[in-house]
Design a protein around this ligand. Structure first.
Ligand code: NI
Ligand code: MN
Length: 227
């Protein structure tokens, strides 16, 4: 399995000859080294919640590549109305796709879409657990620290993408507590330093995570990892 980070919360996974992208906020993402045009053909788009820095270019990518969008039921309804093919799921539910088994996990956050003067309900925010080719990837989406993360310890996660930028999500300190709950093999910090309001001390995070005995990989937009 190959994992590519495209900055902010964007993670591109290649596994079993398929490509899945999580939260494809590429246009307007100062950390993305590529444009949507340069993105290879995508088979699945996972959207954790309705905020613009996560839905991002979902509609454009899904239409261009006839990709299936996987998200919560309400957000799928909204995206279907924009003409994309979806697979609705919900928190705690799992489904096996040809790329692997995908499960939505709890996240404590908001989820809505602003369109003109309308605010559209976009369902419960989620994280995602992907089990593909013998590897497990956890992407927390946008969330504060939750006790539910303790349940992920049993999953023996290979790589966990955790937000550390604070203000809207966990800060470094709470993300370190999340690492203690999950005990993945590797952690990659995400959702920080995109803007000043989510500035984080990534060196502090890395040092504290490695004290726990977990490897912390600080990825820049465009970096890849073979797991
Ligand atoms: Ni959000
Ligand atoms: Mn966000």
């Amino acid at each position: 399995m190959n994992v590519k980070y495209l900055g902010h919360s964007v993670v591109l996974i290649e596994s079993k000859g398929k490509r899945l992208i999580i939260d494809p906020f590429i246009s307007g993402n100062p950390q993305s080294p590529i444009s949507v045009k340069e993105l290879p053909k995508i088979d699945y788009v996972v959207v954790t919640h309705g905020h613009g820095d996560h839905v991002g270019d979902t509609v454009e990518i899904a239409k261009r590549d006839s990709a299936i969008v996987i998200s919560n039921f309400e957000l799928c309804n909204y995206l279907q109305s924009k003409g994309v093919q979806t697979h609705p799921m919900h928190i705690g539910g799992a489904f096996t796709f040809d790329i692997g088994r995908i499960k939505l996990t709890p996240a404590f956050h908001g989820s809505s879409i602003s369109e003109g003067d309308q605010i559209i309900y976009a369902g419960m925010p989620a994280g995602v657990l992907i089990d593909s080719d013998g590897k497990k990837v956890y992407h927390a989406g946008d969330t504060g620290l939750t006790v539910e993360m303790q349940l992920l310890k049993d999953e023996q996660v290979d790589i966990a993408f955790l937000p550390i930028g604070g203000n809207f999500v966990m800060d470094e300190r709470d993300a370190i507590r999340a690492v203690k709950f999950i005990l993945p093999k590797k952690v990659v910090p995400i959702h920080y330093n995109t803007w000043d309001i989510i500035k984080a001390d990534v060196e502090y995070f890395k040092n504290e995570v490695e004290k726990i005995g977990v490897q912390c990989v600080v990825m820049k937009g465009g970096d890849t990892l073979e797991i």
